[in-house]
Design a protein around this ligand. Structure first.
Ligand code: ATP
Length: 512
């Protein structure tokens, strides 16, 4: 991971957001190469999901949506996680996911002792708790409550109170300052003598008046626009609505570079089908989506489809599969494919009173469609393909000695730059000829780049490292007979070919 993070910065794939001001934790900027890779990935998804299917259409909805959408979808309630801080090691974690305390089990205690982290001996849970109580009293003047769980990092049961925390980013629309009315009420003494919880409720109510939320998923827009899309396109069931775009979650744990960030991109599709056909379509979309990821991978065996255990299923889902990737830290989610039943359409219909139904003109019947949702992470996909492509190889150098090269074996359709055009030297008309070749690629819509810096060997290595599948070298012979050297990134084979043949061959290879 560290090698990839450093390559991303060095070569201009991904930078920390606001880096010159110390960086904003968990937000990232995609640099000149990263933006190409991310766009290519999303374009490939769109080509497969929308442009290759008669029954799927696209949508680009606003990121800010009415707060009633999130009330109806359950996000305003469901995205509330009880959060706890560990008083010893300061870890913040979700109470519902914390390890339970088992009497009699062994535990190892790491505690922060006046700024120094110490690891105590392994001890029985009973001794451990006594020790925690003793130290807790000594350092914090508190004793552990009977919570039944402990800190996932240091095992301490010395914890703060549970606090509700909403993962959605809230903001306010319009010029009205929600704090104005609160300030006036405080000045008028209306808050005097109120309990903390009552004050909290008043503040919440005031801030909710013109509150809107940044979407935590792209999916809800497809449900709330179901009727508009279906009627404007006269779509017949089964059909899908696809959308790719930004989502925002105020994640508690931020981890593994762009794997989990607060601002990220998703590629989601809601596939509306007749109840009773949903199992068949879930199966279909699992296969389609697994195949899609694997076709771009060097190591397809690093992807797997994992069914959710019944207790893992979201309350609205009838069945769900995760497409997982074997990250350096283990298997983790890349995409979820869920049977969401008619839950979302039904909830929105109840709340909004809109008729979110489908009328089958052949069977002459009305019903609320079931929904199969393949929901993928686009930015997480970028990380997966960087991990999949990153390769270190031993290759002979110019003198025939063993040298190491780093090569990003990105699928050509994902590669940020498709062709690098390199004049052997910066004179004798070679730069001019090379620029003509770049123009020839541009004319075919292929992202080619001119590169004249450093010796030719170093230029090859640089393009290996950023995943450019082909390098074309212009030399003295090019000016005589119009041929150039075509070098393949993966095999490093070089052969002479005419400029015209190179353009059409590469165009053909990119289409495959
Ligand atoms: P996780 O269990 O990893 O938190 P999730 O089950 O909450 O993910 P979904 O709501 O199913 O995720 O979202 C669909 C996809 O969106 C995920 O498979 C993942 O690829 C991506 N995704 C979700 N949250 C984030 C995030 N904070 N940063 C980057 N990608 C994300």
């Amino acid at each position: 991971m560290q090698k990839i993070v450093s390559l991303c910065k060095r070569r201009g794939f991904i930078f920390q957001s606001s880096e010159i001001y110390g960086g904003l934790r968990s937000a990232y900027d995609y640099g000149p190469l990263g933006v190409e890779l991310k766009r290519n990935l999303i374009n490939e998804w769109w080509r497969n999901m929308v442009h290759s299917r008669e029954n799927v259409v696209g949508l680009d909805a606003s990121i800010i949506m009415h707060s009633k959408v999130w009330e109806a979808s359950g996000h305003l309630a469901g995205f509330n996680d009880p959060l706890v801080d560990c008083l010893l090691c300061k870890e913040r974690f979700r109470a519902d996911q914390a390890p339970r305390i088992e009497p009699g089990a062994e535990a190892r205690l790491a505690f922060a002792d006046k700024g120094r982290a110490k690891v105590a001996e392994k001890m029985l849970r009973e001794q451990f708790e006594l020790e925690v109580q003793r130290r807790g009293k000594e350092i914090f003047g508190v004793t552990a409550g009977d919570r039944g769980y402990c800190c996932p990092v240091c095992g301490s049961p010395l914890l703060s109170e549970e606090r509700q925390f909403n993962l959605m980013f809230k903001t306010n629309i319009g010029a009205v300052d929600p704090l104005g009315s609160v300030a006036a009420a405080i000045a008028a003494g209306e808050f005097d003598g109120l309990e903390t919880s009552e004050i909290r409720a008043r503040l919440d109510a005031a801030s909710r008046e013109n509150a809107v939320y940044l979407r935590p998923e792209t999916a809800q827009a497809m449900f709330v626009q179901f009727q508009n899309v279906q009627q404007s396109t006269s779509a017949k069931i089964p059909f899908g609505i696809a959308q790719a775009g930004k989502s925002f979650r105020n994640e508690i744990t931020i981890e593994h570079f762009i794997f989990r960030s607060v601002e990220f991109e998703q590629m989601e599709m809601e596939f509306f089908c007749e109840p009773g056909t949903d199992d068949k379509w879930l199966d279909y979309w699992c296969k389609e989506r697994m195949g899609w990821w694997q076709q771009y991978a060097n190591h397809p065996e690093q992807f797997r489809l994992r069914p959710h255990e019944p207790e893992e299923l979201a309350h609205y889902a009838k069945a769900c599969y995760d497409i997982e990737y074997l990250y350096p830290w283990g298997w983790g989610e890349l995409e979820g494919v869920a049977n969401r039943t008619d839950y979302d359409l039904r909830k929105h219909a109840e709340r909004s009173k809109a008729k979110l139904e489908y009328f089958d003109p052949v069977e002459k019947k009305r019903f609320i469609p079931y929904v199969i949702e393949p929901a993928a992470g686009a930015t997480r996909g970028v990380l997966v393909f960087l991990l999949d492509a990153y390769t270190e190889e031993e290759v002979p150098d110019a003198k025939g000695d063993n040298a190491q090269r780093v090569v990003l074996k990105l699928h050509p359709r994902l590669a940020p730059i498709k062709v690098a055009v390199l004049p052997l030297v910066k004179k004798n008309g070679m730069p001019e000829r090379a620029r003509e070749v770049v123009e020839a690629f541009f004319a075919h819509g292929i992202n080619a780049r001119y590169d004249e810096q450093h010796a030719i060997g170093r230029r090859y290595r640089r393009h290996d490292e950023i995943g450019t599948p082909w390098c074309l070298t212009i030399d003295g012979q090019t000016l005589e007979d119009g041929t150039i050297t075509l070098r393949d990134r993966d095999t490093m084979e070089q052969r002479r070919i005419s400029v015209e043949a190179a353009v059409s061959e590469i165009e053909e290879l990119l289409r495959a």
